[in-house]
Design a protein around this ligand. Structure first.
Ligand code: ADP
Ligand code: ZN
Length: 213
């Protein structure tokens, strides 16, 4: 089992980068944000619980997240995992270590996506997502071939409810308060790698693929 983590503020480009790296290096992409949005859409008990936190830009409780992740790992089994948007708190990071240790594995590398805060707000406000397959676009930086339509599946593109400006500012604050501490946590373990994510999605993905070898 191999595990890598994408760490970075909301809008740093974790999802876009993950799509590219998944397709080239064949990692299983585990995005807790995507899993939560799917649960909200399906109206499951987890989705009903998570919805109000997500709309406010707050973190969903650790217990809910860990249940989702453990179920996912149990279903997929041994493999190459790329976590995106997880872990997001110290407690989640500690629990992930425990889950992996039980499988005789550990966190192999953590990629910290470095982007200045002003770039981030522009990225999030222009972000559009496919309703059907979850592919990520940006009105200016990664436009679809036809406006409002997914290149990959023809699905409708929409703007996430939590991508409005008021919520974005809260999400950045939540990141700084609850998630940024993980930089130090993984740095101490010697697994942290910084990548400059202010460049184009392709350049960022190429830099990461090179580091993966
Ligand atoms: P972004 O990285 O752009 O904020 P995500 O899709 O990763 O977007 O997350 C969207 C929302 O889902 C978060 O604001 C939070 O409410 C919830 N969420 C996702 N992953 C986690 C997690 N690991 N822990 C707690 N909440 C999470
Ligand atoms: Zn699509």
């Amino acid at each position: 089992m191999q595990t890598i983590i994408l760490l970075g503020a909301p809008g740093a480009g974790k999802g876009t980068l993950a799509e590219r790296v998944r397709d080239v290096a064949h990692y299983t992409h585990v995005s807790t944000g995507d899993m939560l949005r799917a649960a909200v859409k399906a109206g499951t008990p987890t989705g009903l619980e998570a919805k109000r936190y997500m709309e406010a830009g707050e973190l969903v409780p650790d217990a809910v997240i860990m249940r989702l992740v453990e179920e996912r790992l149990a279903r997929d089994g041994d493999g190459k995992y790329m976590f995106d948007g997880f872990p997001r708190t110290d407690a989640q990071a500690v629990m992930l270590d425990e889950v992996l240790a039980r499988a005789g594995a550990k966190v192999d590398k953590v990629f910290l996506l470095d982007v200045p805060q002003d770039v981030i707000v522009g990225r999030i406000s222009g972000r559009r997502v496919c309703r059907k397959c979850g592919a990520v676009y940006h009105v200016a930086n990664i436009p679809p071939k036809v406006e409002g339509v997914c290149d990959q599946c023809g699905g409708e593109l929409y703007q996430r409810a939590d991508d409005c400006e008021a919520t974005v500012l809260n999400r950045l604050e939540v990141y700084n308060r609850q998630t940024a501490g993980l930089i130090d946590f993984y740095n101490k373990k010697g697994v942290l790698v910084r990548i400059d994510a202010s460049a184009s999605p392709k350049a960022t993905a190429d830099a990461m693929l090179e580091l993966l070898g």
